[in-house]
Design a protein around this ligand. Structure first.
Ligand code: HEC
Ligand code: HEC
Ligand code: HEC
Ligand code: HEC
Ligand code: HEC
Ligand code: HEC
Ligand code: HEC
Ligand code: HEC
Ligand code: HEC
Ligand code: HEC
Ligand code: HEC
Ligand code: HEC
Ligand code: HEC
Length: 454
């Protein structure tokens, strides 16, 4: 820098005192075009001999090869970076600069920078449906150094600073946010810096952009037997995750249950084809299942889908009847003790659903043709104590359960049998006995998947 500064200084002093012989070279007959050049390279203005040394009558010393050695007599090297533009090493300075001058700034051989780049780089790669602002404006040099750089692809800076210098309105790195680790490698894993067929110059469809790095999750969502619609639709992962980061863990737009209620505040087709609006059910519930109340939707549902019905995290029957087995109620027994169903005679307080010591859960559930929990309980919330449902779908009829709770027991007046009571302290005489076998059992109409859902 200093060396060349001194050389340039000496040069300027020299041209100030020595009459420029170049004037003689430019006459109306000889080299007249030089006069017409709107922009002249400084040394040309003052003569020709700084580059063409006259060896004899109109004989000049050869231009150094490579030509850049001539340029570097006065200019600092432009090849200091680790990565040098092959245009310089292969084609030389004159592939972009006119040594004498011209009509373009910086002695460029083309009118605009982009036009210059497109003399060697295929312009088609920079056209497309969604062209990045600075590329559209031809500002290649906002991001690239034309000569050399310490960064790959001749970039002026490393990412993400390269991008965030302009995109400073968005907060990509603030510690308060949970930044997506993908951004540690920059932005161009997902965005094409120049152009793309997709909005936001995404490298692929929004719904496919995550596949490159999260193949396992994508495979899971696509292969799950019970698919969660938003995980496999057009926007897919972006329905719930922010690709850059978020305040919430796992880059979630919202935490559950808010995330879920964002969509599940409308009726869906539930059991028996009945409309079911989970948000309303919970909002109106006077008894709410504690994990639901705590917003732990994820302890029972896998947002990416699952091999169990209703994107459940573990087995739970869809039917009114199910043979009792170790895994039938895997979902419930993650948190509840199996003994609430498996002991025939309650010794301690295994369950409150008993007549004296006779376990009525065992009676209803623990058998080959057992009634499932859903026959009596509404898993999210209900307007009865103990999340007992109001009705059971039965064709077009909603069979009432008519549950009444007392201090020491309760009673049911369902459509399937006459009113039966139970009492934990004084075993009642109208023992519910065997409720199965009634011709009007809702199950006889609802065998198969309960209620013809979906
Ligand atoms: C800054 C250095 C520099 C100065 C000053 C300079 N030239 Fe050149 N000139 C060159 C270089 C480099 C080439 C070789 C171009 C090539 O190889 O294509 C060249 C080539 C030429 C050529 C032959 C090729 C062509 O472009 O037609 C002529 C004629 C020429 N110069 C005339 C002049 C005249 C007249 C002056 C003074 C008015 C002048 N030059 C001043 C660098 C210079
Ligand atoms: C004899 C000294 C000398 C030589 C040799 C020389 N230059 Fe220059 N060049 C200058 C001076 C002086 C300026 C004007 C001061 C500045 O901008 O640094 C200049 C300016 C430039 C500019 C900037 C023009 C602008 O509009 O800002 C470019 C580009 C350039 N030179 C390229 C070259 C290239 C390419 C070569 C080799 C082919 C070359 N120079 C050889 C002295 C020289
Ligand atoms: C691929 C095209 C390309 C090649 C090859 C190239 N330059 Fe440049 N050069 C440019 C562009 C474009 C600019 C304008 C930069 C800007 O406006 O910031 C430039 C600017 C310059 C400048 C002016 C710097 C300034 O900051 O104003 C000099 C001096 C220069 N080049 C010298 C050279 C020399 C010497 C070589 C050969 C060793 C060379 N260039 C090769 C494209 C090129
Ligand atoms: C004279 C021909 C030529 C011109 C003009 C030219 N380039 Fe290049 N450029 C090349 C060649 C050759 C390569 C190496 C092969 C390739 O990647 O296409 C290259 C590679 C590149 C690379 C990749 C470098 C790397 O390390 O991977 C970038 C970025 C680039 N050029 C940007 C530009 C920009 C910006 C312009 C306009 C200012 C430009 N080029 C003008 C010839 C040119
Ligand atoms: C917003 C910044 C930005 C702008 C503006 C920009 N580029 Fe790039 N360019 C990049 C980045 C970043 C890469 C490296 C791509 C990667 O890492 O995937 C790149 C890579 C390249 C390459 C290497 C080959 C390739 O496509 O990967 C060339 C050539 C290139 N750019 C030319 C240009 C040209 C010509 C222009 C102007 C028309 C331009 N760039 C404008 C950021 C930019
Ligand atoms: C020189 C400034 C500049 C740089 C550097 C820059 N951008 Fe941009 N970017 C813009 C402008 C201007 C727009 C157009 C804004 C608009 O249309 O609202 C834009 C638009 C975008 C868009 C589309 C946004 C939208 O709302 O449509 C994306 C995505 C983007 N840039 C990503 C990047 C990435 C990735 C990088 C780094 C490789 C980058 N930008 C570097 C200026 C820049
Ligand atoms: C993991 C992939 C990925 C990475 C890495 C990534 N983005 Fe994005 N970006 C996206 C997706 C996907 C969208 C579209 C979001 C949507 O449709 O809601 C987007 C949208 C954008 C937008 C326009 C919409 C908006 O939110 O303003 C800008 C600007 C943007 N990204 C800039 C960047 C910058 C700058 C970086 C690097 C700091 C970056 N992106 C890194 C995937 C990514
Ligand atoms: C370029 C690779 C890459 C792409 C593309 C990518 N990710 Fe990531 N993602 C990572 C890495 C690396 C981690 C951290 C390591 C891990 O947990 O696997 C991560 C972690 C995550 C996490 C866990 C939370 C965190 O930040 O640690 C979520 C959620 C996530 N990514 C979602 C997405 C979504 C949604 C997309 C598509 C919009 C996506 N990722 C695209 C690389 C990527
Ligand atoms: C319906 C909302 C939703 C959709 C759609 C969704 N996710 Fe998630 N994702 C979540 C939630 C909620 C978590 C947190 C899970 C937890 O805490 O157990 C999560 C966690 C993750 C994690 C980190 C934990 C892990 O499983 O590795 C990754 C990575 C991830 N998601 C990627 C994706 C990808 C890729 C897609 C698209 C195929 C996607 N997600 C679609 C809601 C969603
Ligand atoms: C972006 C919207 C959206 C978000 C966010 C969302 N869902 Fe869904 N979910 C849907 C749609 C759409 C369906 C399918 C509706 C239908 O079949 O009528 C669905 C279906 C379901 C189903 C039934 C699946 C089956 O197999 O029948 C369950 C259970 C479910 N979602 C739970 C959740 C939970 C828990 C969350 C929060 C972690 C959540 N959803 C977040 C849109 C969403
Ligand atoms: C204790 C386990 C559990 C918890 C916690 C739970 N669910 Fe469910 N959810 C289920 C079961 C089991 C089903 C299957 C339908 C049924 O049995 O009523 C279901 C079904 C659904 C359905 C589909 C309803 C239909 O009509 O198909 C949605 C939507 C849903 N749950 C959303 C949520 C949301 C949102 C949360 C958190 C506020 C949540 N769930 C918490 C167990 C749970
Ligand atoms: C994530 C843990 C968890 C899962 C899974 C779970 N529960 Fe619960 N459940 C609880 C907790 C905690 C309570 C409150 C303490 C208790 O009664 O054991 C509770 C209470 C209940 C109650 C009594 C409600 C009241 O008002 O007293 C019923 C009925 C119930 N659960 C049924 C079910 C059924 C049916 C399933 C399977 C579909 C299930 N639970 C799965 C945690 C869970
Ligand atoms: C025939 C109806 C019926 C069926 C089927 C049923 N329950 Fe219950 N359950 C009740 C009644 C009634 C209560 C209230 C007992 C009381 O406190 O008076 C109850 C209470 C509960 C309680 C609260 C604690 C307790 O035991 O008192 C849990 C937990 C529970 N049931 C879980 C389940 C699970 C899990 C299933 C399926 C494996 C299931 N229930 C099947 C009727 C039923």
């Amino acid at each position: 820098m200093v060396r060349n500064g001194i050389i340039l200084g000496i040069y300027f002093i020299a041209v100030a005192f020595i009459p420029a012989f170049g004037q003689d070279c430019i006459t109306s007959k000889c080299h007249a075009d030089f006069k017409k050049l709107p922009i002249l390279h400084s040394p040309v203005e003052d003569g020709c001999d700084s580059c063409h040394e006259e060896m004899g009558e109109h004989k000049f010393s050869p231009i150094p090869d490579p030509i850049r050695n001539l340029c570097y007599q006065c200019h600092d090297s432009v090849e200091e970076g680790k990565h040098i533009h092959p245009a310089i090493t292969d084609d030389g300075c004159l592939s972009c600069h006119n040594p004498h001058g011209g009509s373009n700034k910086k002695l460029l051989t083309e009118e605009t920078v982009a036009a210059l780049c497109f003399t060697c780089h295929d312009q088609d790669n920079f056209n497309g449906k969604h062209i990045h602002g600075p590329v559209e404006a031809g500002e290649c040099l906002d991001c690239h150094n034309p000569h050399s750089s310490d960064h790959p692809s001749l970039l002026k800076k490393v990412q993400p600073a390269l991008c965030t210098d302009c995109h400073s309105d968005k907060d990509f790195s603030d510690g308060k946010r949970h930044m997506h680790s993908a951004l540690e490698d920059g932005c161009t894993d997902c965005h094409n810096p120049h152009t793309s067929a997709f909005q936001y110059q995404l490298k692929s469809k929004p719904g496919k952009i995550c596949t490159a790095c999260h193949e396992d999750v994508v495979k899971h969502t696509n292969n799950a037997k019970s698919k969660h619609t938003p995980a496999v639709d057009e926007r897919a992962c972006l329905n719930c995750h922010n690709p850059h980061g978020a305040k919430n863990d796992n880059n979630l737009n919202q935490d559950a249950p808010k995330l879920c209620f964002g969509c599940h505040d409308k009726p869906m087709t539930g059991w028996g084809g009945r409309p079911y609006n989970v948000f309303q059910v919970i909002k109106n519930g006077t008894t709410i299942h504690p994990p639901v109340e705590d917003g732990e939707c994820l302890s029972c549902h896998n947002p990416h889908g699952s091999d169990v019905n209703d994107i459940l995290t573990a087995k739970y029957p869809t039917h009114f009847y199910a043979p009792f087995g170790d895994e039938t109620y895997e979902l419930c027994f993650q948190c509840h003790d199996e003994s609430l169903v498996t002991v025939e005679k309650a010794k301690n307080d295994e369950t409150g659903f008993r007549n004296g010591t006779r376990n009525l859960h065992f009676l209803h559930v623990d058998r080959k043709k057992g009634r499932t929990c859903r026959a009596c309980h509404e898993v999210h919330a209900s307007t009865n104590p103990k999340i007992i449902r109001n009705t059971i779908p039965f064709g077009k009829w909603d069979i009432p359960i008519g549950f009444k709770k007392t201090e020491t027991g309760g009673s049911c007046s369902p459509g399937c049998h006459k009113t039966k009571r139970y009492d934990r302290v004084t075993q009642t005489i109208n023992d519910p006995g065997q409720p199965a076998g009634s011709a009007h059992s809702p199950a006889s109409a609802n065998s198969g998947k309960a209620g013809g859902k979906k």
